[in-house]
Design a binder for this molecule. Structure first.
Ligand code: MF3
Ligand code: CO
Length: 253
C-alpha cells in the first residue's frame, strides 16, 4: 500500500531532509586520509541528535550505527568502525533521519583526497543517473520511467546497475511501498501520484552487477571487486514537479 503525504507532512519530511543533507555535508568536510569511519559516524550521530532528529538506521533490525559507510567496492550497509580512509578511496555515505515522526534518506559517494579519473567518472555517472531518475518523478509517469532513466544513463556510460537492491517509498517509515528498481522490466510499477514520497537510489558498479553479503550480515560488496557508487535523494511527487527533500528543497524544472 502506497501512503501519500499531505503538503504539511511533506514539509516535515523536508525538515528531516535538511538535517540529512547537513549531516552529509558535515561528513564531507571531515573526509580526509587517516580519519576512521567510526569517527565520521560519531560526528553524524551527534549532529543529527543535536538538530532534533534521531538517526533512523540505528537499531533498525539491529543495525549498530547512525550511518552506513561503504568504501570502494562496498556498495551499501558498511558498518562504521576502525577502518582508516586512504588517499584515493571513494566512500559511499548513507544517512537517514527521523524527525517528528517522518523519515528522510539520502546517500552520496565522496572522493577521499585525489581519486583516479576512472573513479571520478563512475561518481559523475551515478549522480547523473540519480538526476535523470528524479526528473521522471512526475504525476502521470510510472515508477518504470524513473527506473528506465537511471538504467539508461548508467549503461550508456558502460557501467552496471545492481538488481538485487532497490529504492523505496519513504516517509512514515524508512521503507514503504513502492519499490523503485534501477532497471526496467515488463512491469512498469505503479503510476506516480501527487503526495508520493520515494527514495530514488542508483547503486551502480564499474564492473558486473553481482553483489554478496559479508559475514557481518550487513555489508554488501561487488562480487568482482569493481568499484561501486551510490547516490540517493528522498523526492516528493508534487503538482509542480519533483521536489528533492534531502537537498535545498528546490523544485526540478
Ligand atoms: N538507505 C538504506 C536503505 O534504504 C539504509 C538502510 S541501513 C539500515 O536501505 F541499517 F538501516 F538498514
Ligand atoms: Co534508501
Amino acid at each position: 500500500m502506497i501512503i501519500r503525504k499531505s503538503a504539511q507532512e511533506i514539509e516535515t519530511m523536508a525538515r528531516a531532509g535538511k538535517v540529512v543533507a547537513e549531516a552529509l555535508a558535515l561528513i564531507e568536510e571531515h573526509l580526509q586520509p587517516g580519519i576512521t569511519t567510526g569517527e565520521l559516524d560519531a560526528l553524524a550521530d551527534e549532529f543529527i541528535r543535536s538538530h532534533g532528529g534521531e538517526p533512523t538506521f540505528k537499531g533498525y533490525k539491529g543495525y549498530p550505527a547512525a550511518t552506513c559507510l561503504s568504501p570502494n567496492s562496498m556498495v551499501v550497509h558498511g558498518i562504521p568502525g576502525r577502518l582508516k580512509l586512504q588517499d584515493g578511496d571513494i566512500l559511499s555515505v548513507d544517512v537517514g533521519v527521523t524527525l517528528d515522526g517522518f523519515v528522510a534518506d539520502s546517500a552520496w559517494t565522496f572522493p577521499v583526497g585525489s581519486i583516479s579519473t576512472d573513479a571520478q567518472r563512475l561518481l559523475d555517472t551515478c549522480k547523473a543517473a540519480l538526476q535523470a531518475g528524479i526528473a521522471e518523478a512526475r504525476v502521470g509517469n510510472s515508477i518504470g520511467d524513473i527506473s528506465q532513466a537511471v538504467q539508461r544513463v548508467t549503461e550508456e556510460a558502460g557501467y552496471s546497475v545492481i538488481r538485487s537492491l532497490v529504492g523505496h517509498g519513504v516517509g512514515r517509515s524508512m521503507h514503504e511501498d513502492p519499490q523503485v528498481p534501477n532497471f526496467v522490466s515488463a512491469y512498469r510499477g505503479p503510476e506516480l501520484k501527487e503526495g508520493m514520497t520515494i527514495a530514488i537510489e542508483p547503486m551502480i558498479t564499474a564492473g558486473g552487477p553481482d553483489v554478496y553479503i559479508h559475514d557481518d550480515e550487513w555489508s554488501i560488496s561487488t562480487t568482482d571487486g569493481s568499484l561501486a557508487a551510490h547516490f540517493e535523494h528522498t523526492v516528493a511527487v508534487t503538482a509542480a514537479g519533483p521536489r528533492i527533500l534531502t537537498e535545498t528543497g528546490v523544485l526540478v524544472p
